[in-house]
Design a protein around this ligand. Structure first.
Ligand code: ADP
Ligand code: MG
Length: 266
């Protein structure tokens, strides 16, 4: 584990979920009876795990403004973002990927990343003509550099329709990274990604974490996640049933019985 494991979490809360909840037609997807509360500290790599249907993706929707919480509040960087739309979340510095990758089908891989740089609200019509304010000479230079980082440099001029499922997922990560979010939410980044590309993804996440980006990652591949994260949140039926370091989580009896089971991937 990283040197941070085992140290008390006494840093500044970058993201604070306080009593958030979501109900879909009678089903309490997130929040249980009291609402869901947790903190993500600046610079931390937090893993969010739980069985299928636990409410992980819905929690991401609440944190990124895709859905409005039925209760409570989300604070990001000292700002109440509970009512903000996804476009504003992106502007404030929250990036996210979706469990099902989203991209602009009619564009090349490189064009998709450039659109990510200039179009934080994911509206195709607004993707062009917006001024680039990054450090590189142009958004295209920045996009090429990011594509190299995610291992897609040789696919830059390919149409998105040529990409494998795993490559599409890496493209989604690239489209977020070019915006340099303060907090990056990744929903199952290894799903459908072949083992070689997973190793590259792990190295990339380790690097961006080291460079100071705060990460909140939903992941089914516990082996992948527990090796990277500083802190793990465990969700079951929309409620937080445990949290702690990966070492704590591996041996937590509540987690083992409710989630990890006898064939623990840890
Ligand atoms: N848009 C929706 N409408 C109705 N039910 C939904 C919707 N999105 C998610 N759910 C339900 O909410 C629960 C939590 O789903 P989800 O957040 O996708 O779980 P996870 O990502 O942990 O697998 C599930 O029971 C799911 O069927
Ligand atoms: Mg999900």
């Amino acid at each position: 584990m990283t040197a941070i494991a085992g140290q008390p979490r006494e840093r500044r809360a970058l993201l604070e979920a306080a009593g958030i909840s979501k109900r879909f037609a009678g089903l309490q997807a997130v929040g249980g009876s009291e609402g869901l509360s947790f903190d993500v500290f600046a610079g931390e790599f937090v893993g969010l795990i739980g069985p299928n249907g636990a409410g992980k993706s819905t929690t991401f929707d609440l944190l990124s403004g895709v859905l409005r919480s039925d209760s409570g509040a989300v604070t990001f960087d000292g700002r109440d973002v509970t009512e903000a739309d996804p476009h504003m979340h992106a502007r404030y510095g929250i990036g996210r990927t979706f469990q099902t990758p989203r991209s602009f089908e009619s564009m090349t891989v490189l064009q998709n990343v450039v659109a990510g740089a200039t179009n934080p609200g994911e509206r195709l019509g607004a993707a062009f003509g917006r001024k680039w304010r990054g450090g590189e000479r142009s958004a295209t230079d920045a996009a090429k550099r990011i594509l190299t980082r995610v291992g897609l440099a040789d696919r830059a001029s390919a149409p998105v329709s040529d990409l494998s499922g795993g490559e599409l997922r890496m493209l989604e990560v690239a489209r977020q990274l070019i915006r340099k979010p303060t907090l990056l939410l990744l929903d199952e980044p290894t799903a459908g990604v072949h083992p070689g590309l997973q190793d590259r993804l792990a190295a990339l996440l380790r690097d961006i974490h080291r460079e100071g980006m705060t990460l909140l990652v939903v992941e089914h591949n516990l082996h992948f996640l527990l090796a990277l994260a500083d802190h793990i949140l465990v969700l079951a039926e929309g409620e937080l049933i445990a949290q702690g370091t990966p070492a704590d989580i591996r041996v937590d009896p509540v987690v083992v019985s409710a989630y990890l089971g006898s064939d623990s991937a840890a």
